[in-house]
Design a protein around this ligand. Structure first.
Ligand SMILES: O=P(O)(O)OC[C@H]1O[C@H](O[C@H]2O[C@H](CO)[C@@H](O)[C@H](O)[C@H]2O)[C@H](O)[C@@H](O)[C@@H]1O
Length: 295
């Protein structure tokens, strides 16, 4: 492995994980005719780069996660690597809290919003636009969830451009369970679909999930690098890391050349697992070292 990989990253990243990261960064196998495969590093934010906290307005990457993200962002162009943050957060919220590096793709609201961080740090965003009917459904959804939250200790409702979220992290367990049941009834009454995340019931009025978002992102990266190289679209290998049930949609799209990492406990389709945001940071730093040496 590269001399550029810091010792701490080597210590956290061992065995199967190191082998998977080395393979992700490796050139195409001899005789396959391909050039250097592109690598898309797509990362969830809350619970993956930023530890979960009671107040979502205070979320921040750990120092190790930030170092890993910055190491990837500093790779030279010929490392053919792109970084993306793929979050359930509203895009503006994600950009403000994650402070993503220039060149990063942003996916907000589980895919309903997309953006790109420009060299000056501004975000070029494709905002979500609701029809009058969708706005009406969203208004009724927010009202319904507010009514549920009003009767439950610690519960509150977060609104986003195309979704509303019932938060129960601060509620006693039995009250939270009743609130989730009542929220599900509100959602069913409106003909919508709930995503059940960590202490959240999240409901969008547009179709969006991280699996479809990641598939689109893979295509966009392939096209972008092909245009830059004046060559046919490159093969794009993906590393995806996430902690929540909503990340399983993205992990489920991965193929044999990709790397899926579950962060923390819980069922997953991912082959690999790390403990927390600091470990994710070590993975990213290790991977950046491997990618720096492929260019
Ligand atoms: O896709 P993500 O980046 O993981 O965003 C998913 C949701 O994250 C936020 O909620 C979660 O983090 C909060 C802060 O740590 C925590 O209080 C909450 O219990 C978690 O579910 C965010 O508030 C949601 O809007 C996102 O959809």
């Amino acid at each position: 492995m590269s001399e550029a990989v810091p010792v701490s990253a080597r210590e956290v990243v061992g065995g199967d994980l190191a082998a998977a990261l080395d393979a992700l960064a490796a050139p195409a196998a001899p005789g396959t005719g391909g050039g250097l495969p592109a690598v898309l590093v797509a990362l969830d934010f809350d619970g993956t780069l930023a530890p979960l906290v009671d107040d979502p307005t205070t979320s921040a990457m750990t120092a190790a996660a930030r170092a890993g993200v910055d190491a990837l962002a500093a790779l030279p162009d010929d490392a053919a690597t792109r970084l993306a943050l793929v979050s359930g957060r509203a895009l503006a919220d994600l950009a403000a809290l994650a402070r993503p590096p220039a060149g990063a793709y942003l996916v907000g609201s589980h895919g309903a919003e997309t953006g790109l961080v420009l060299p000056d740090g501004e975000v070029e965003a494709v905002p979500v636009e609701l029809t009058p009917q969708q706005q009406d459904v969203l208004d009724r959804l927010v009202a319904g969830l507010e009514e549920v939250a009003a009767g439950v200790e610690g519960a509150w409702v977060q609104t986003k451009p195309a979704a509303a979220v019932l938060h129960t992290r601060r509620s006693p367990a039995d009250a939270a369970a009743r609130a989730v049941e009542r929220a599900d009834a509100v959602v069913a009454g409106l003909g919508l679909r709930a995503l059940h995340g960590k202490d959240v019931v999240e409901v969008a009025v547009v179709e969006a999930d991280k699996g479809s978002a990641l598939a689109r992102l893979r295509d966009v990266v392939g096209q972008e690098l092909a245009a830059a190289a004046g060559a046919p679209p490159a093969t794009v290998r993906v590393l995806y890391a996430g902690d929540d049930t909503t990340d399983e949609h993205a992990l489920a799209t991965l193929g044999p050349g990709d790397v899926g990492i579950k962060v923390g406990d819980g069922d997953t389709v991912a082959r690999l697992r790390v403990a927390d945001a600091d470990a994710v940071g070590a993975v990213l730093t290790y991977l950046a070292g491997a990618l720096r040496n492929r260019a």
